[in-house]
Design a protein around this ligand. Structure first.
Ligand code: ZN
Length: 676
């Protein structure tokens, strides 16, 4: 997205970002603007930064840079020759337009103070104490607790954990309701939404809406545009360390400032700040936390490590991350149509050192992503309240998907329930694994809904994400597959299909009438079982063996004939699906305007349905041909099925040899009622 060259030299000081406003009334920003300035060289960047004290872009690089300016600074810009567009005409007006009277609408129609957010979390705990508890990760310099909510069904500490926090940067308010919305949905929809329930049952959620409460409160009381925490540097008189430059991975490199007055001040040493210490220790003391999300605004980007320099996560993590952020961006886009960029932090955001994601992934070994939420600059940090709900609607589903996907050590993805597989045919068992070093996998089959797994599909297979399986002959409607993943550096883990799937047999011959012996079917007129004579166009012998069923084994049918039938005995197809009639035909019959032949089916011997009826020109077979008819609509699952071949009616002139049939078979897929 933006070029990577970071021209912000350590000596460039964003001095006023650390200045103390007077106590009491909130600082006003009357007549101040936010402008997007096109910067093409280090000289132009230095020129811009000499005018203004508040960069809204999360880093000053080449390309467009958003900055806030007083009227005097704006006059300088106009005189400078730098190209720019005005994004916000009056920052004070935007601050006043950001919020609406709190008595209107519900919780997610507004931004709320620290105390109000914590009270809301406590109300969620009160609603479902069986699912949620409050926790305190640490205490700040000004004595505020860094509080969060932990949500999981029974067994905290034993499940894969997820940590999400907002407001590491104080003025990025939209990050707070996104965390709150996540907590709200997990609690309120636990009983009504199967997916939410699985997220709460299978994962342990650690949600901290406001990681930097001192800075957040300062925004509310005094200075809406505050970014850092509220540490004080006596030497300069400047306040605040940028928490997201203070983590101990790549600390103090490019994309951070060593000046205490800078908005990007990295602090005197890694983890010098109580906020970063608290979150670090929370992660280290909760080894089950496997996935982490750090929420910021603005610019609509979802990204993964690293940001400190041109380093990639090793495979398979790199591919996994790239897939995950891309999929999240798709999910976000699907909700309200907004586009979020995605990729590695260094590439799609800016170069930053000492950022939380790099430490959480690079040092603590947990999956970590960051997100810059809405918007792309029209309101910047002052996103109006009427965008809170759309923001939550579009991002939280993607966040939940990420958490579930990345925190889960292994998951069987197919067959995962509901499938119908056919024995003897190949199917692909698929799964994914996250974390550790998988060495091999085992796969087992249950035919009792997962109570026992007596059948081995494969053991010691390479831990790739798929296995090609020729489906077993073991038929059941209550099948599940169990995946067992062995790891070199962690205990092995397993996952089972979420619901039952079915294995049915492939099509097979259910009934076989070779007609070498008489099956005793019901005959009318000149229908007979025996050896055809070869006269009048009839065959000499059967397709197999000598005998067949034929209408007049010694020649033609007759004129002015009624309809005469050959009817099978009752066939039981109650365990069969996809029923098919197959037989060999040697048929002679005049044009259907005059003489008739057909095949019919019945389940009671009274009501008959047509399977085939002779139409059109005469048929005068000179050899045996295989005929196959789908009779599933009438025969599947039926315990008494009759099939009959009809000869006639015929008219007053011209006759043919009539029916000869051999090797009558019924095919279908056999189901096993004992498992039904
Ligand atoms: Zn931020």
């Amino acid at each position: 997205m933006r070029a990577l060259t970071l021209w912000l030299a350590a000596g460039v000081i964003l001095c006023a970002a650390g200045v103390r406003p007077a106590a009491g009334e909130p600082v006003r920003f009357d007549g101040e603007r936010v402008v997007r300035v096109m910067v093409h060289s280090p000289q132009q960047l230095a020129q811009l930064l000499s005018m203004t004290d508040d960069v809204w872009s999360e880093g000053a690089t080449s390309g467009p840079i958003d900055v806030r300016m007083t009227p005097e600074q704006f006059a300088q810009l106009q005189a400078s020759g730098l190209k720019f567009v005005v994004l916000i005409e009056d920052v004070q007006a935007a601050i006043e337009a950001e919020r609406t009277p709190p008595e209107r609408g519900g919780f997610f129609d507004h931004y709320w103070s620290l105390a109000d957010n914590i009270a809301y979390l406590e109300s969620l705990v009160a609603l479902r104490p069986d699912l949620a508890q409050m926790f305190t990760a640490g205490t700040t310099l000004e004595g505020r607790d860094i509080r969060g909510i932990r949500i999981t069904a029974a067994g905290p500490g034993t499940k894969p954990g997820v940590l999400v926090h907002g407001a590491q940067h104080a003025r990025e308010w939209i990050s707070v309701p996104v965390v709150m919305w996540t907590a709200d949905k997990l609690i309120r929809e636990y009983d009504t939404d199967a997916y939410i329930r699985s997220l709460v049952d299978n994962l342990e959620w650690h949600l901290v809406p406001i990681m930097n409460p001192d800075g957040y409160v300062y925004c509310w009381t005094t200075y809406r545009m505050w970014r850092k925490n509220r540490s004080y540097d006596a030497a300069t008189g400047c306040y605040g360390v940028d928490c997201n430059r203070n983590w101990g991975f790549g600390w103090g490199g490019p994309g951070a400032s060593s000046s205490p007055c800078s908005a990007e001040y990295c602090g005197p040493e890694p983890f010098s700040e109580l906020e970063t210490q608290a979150m670090r220790d929370w992660i280290l003391t909760h080894p089950n936390i496997r996935a982490y999300v750090d929420l910021h605004s603005f610019s609509q980007v979802i990204f993964y490590p690293y940001s400190f320099g041109d380093v990639w996560p090793p495979e398979p993590d790199r591919s996994d991350y790239q897939y995950v952020v891309g999929h999240m961006a798709e999910m976000v886009h699907d909700v309200h149509g907004l586009s979020y960029d995605y990729g590695r932090g260094l590439d799609v955001v800016y170069q930053v050192s000492g950022a939380s994601r790099d430490w959480v992934y690079g040092s603590a070994g947990r999956y970590a992503i960051g997100t810059e939420l809405r918007d792309t600059g029209a309101y910047g940090f002052l996103l109006p309240e009427n965008q809170i709900i759309p923001q939550c609607e579009e991002y939280v589903p993607a966040l939940m998907w990420y958490a579930d996907y990345m925190a889960t050590p292994q998951r069987l993805t197919s067959p995962n329930g509901g499938e119908t597989l056919t024995s003897g045919t190949p199917t692909t068992i698929t799964w994914y694994t996250h974390g550790g070093t998988p060495t091999s996998v085992d796969l087992y089959l249950s035919i009792d809904g997962g109570v026992t797994f007596p059948y081995t599909i494969a053991t010691g297979e390479a831990p790739h994400g798929s296995y090609s399986w020729f489906v077993t002959e073991t038929l059941s409607t209550r099948c599940r597959v169990k995946l067992v993943v062995h790891r070199a550096d962690l205990t092995s883990g397993e996952d089972v299909s979420d619901a039952d799937f079915t294995i049915v047999g492939g099509p097979q011959r259910v009934y076989n009438f070779p007609l070498d012996t008489d099956p005793g079917w019901t005959t009318e007129g000149q229908w007979a079982w025996g050896d055809p004579t070869g006269s009048g166009g009839d065959p000499q012998v059967g397709y197999t063996g000598n005998n067949v069923y034929g209408y007049n084994l010694a020649g033609h049918y007759t004129n002015n004939m009624p309809r005469y039938n050959l009817t099978t005995t009752a066939l039981n197809l109650s365990n069969v699906t996809g029923s098919q009639l197959r037989f060999r035909r040697w048929l002679g019959v005049q044009n259907a305007n005059y003489d008739h032949a057909g095949i019919e089916i019945s389940t009671d011997g009274v009501t008959w349905n047509s399977v085939w009826e002779h139409t059109g020109a005469s048929i005068n077979d000179a050899g045996w041909t295989l005929q196959a008819y789908d009779i599933s609509a009438f025969a599947d699952g039926q315990s008494t099925v009759y099939i009959r071949w009809a000869m006639g009616t015929t008219n007053a002139s011209v006759t043919y040899c009539g029916w000869n049939i051999d090797d009558v078979e019924i095919w279908g897929v056999v189901t096993q009622p004992q498992w039904a």
